[in-house]
Write a protein that binds this ligand. Sequence first.
Ligand code: AMP
Ligand code: MG
Length: 309
Amino acid sequence: MGTLFRIALYASDSTQAGQAARAAFNRVAELNHILSDYEPNSELNQLCRTAGTGQWVPVSKELWFVLKKSVAVSERTKGAFDVTVGPYVQLWRRARRQGELPTPDALAQARKAVGYQHLKLNNKNKTVQLAVPNMQLDMGAIGKGYAVDEALKILRKHGIKSALIDGGGNIVVSRPPPGTKGWAVSLGITAPTDNTRQLKLLLKHQGVATSGDLYQYLILDGVRYSHILNPFTGLGLTDQSRVTIVARNGLTADWLSTAVSVLGPTDGLALADKTPGAAASFIRQEKDQTPQWLSRRFKKLNTSLLGTE
Ligand code: AMP
Ligand code: MG
């Protein structure tokens, strides 16, 4: 999935800790082999090679689960979140390598292969069809959140009740460390491009994720394009936002952070309010201001400010 996974856990002894952590990392590796678009022979990429052939392809229960969720989320966000953005992601990666925006022609070509309506799921026999040629699915906005949830399940099976798993900024935690009220997670909350002042959250049995262009961006003619794409234009977001979601699990935090980024503060925070247990913070870099919007539940989180100013 193109990132690092880290695990912190409390166990009764180092043998239990080691066995549990190894099993959880193995689960992540297994999921990587299913969901990654970097790995040429991942199950996801094998499925993508059938695009446009009319085939109905049986998939693993893991891939089925994530695809099902993804389509549901696409419908709920009216396409602001879309796992079929792969062809646009490929154009974005090329733009970053070559230092120029995709041509209108290239975007128009890619557009034919984008759209979650072309991703067909047959509930009866759990088969999938990619109805249009050249489709490319991209789990970049949901797969890591799913993977940290699954890894946490494995730890639980090994008797680990208190743990934190971080998959490239997609974090999930279970019971607080012994003697504490929660896992302390620090988040950058000033300008989306600045990490100096931080907000400390105390979390338990929750997921947290941040989406933004702090690390992955492209600057062309003075415009900063995020790796989060607007599926309606095929281009990266340019509003320099940083969205943090706290949710009931890692999967929800992951997809919601991306969806809220695309939807913007008004529709995005409304979506967070409607998602059970979810809280959102939306910060935007404007000329010389960084306005921040907090959703209903975010205002009630247990937080404190860190850092100097
Ligand atoms: P995240 O860091 O969770 O916000 O996910 C960003 C990644 O998700 C990008 O690097 C793309 O691989 C993918 N992506 C970008 N835009 C979208 C979108 N609108 N819907 C779904 N996935 C997206
Ligand atoms: Mg995400």
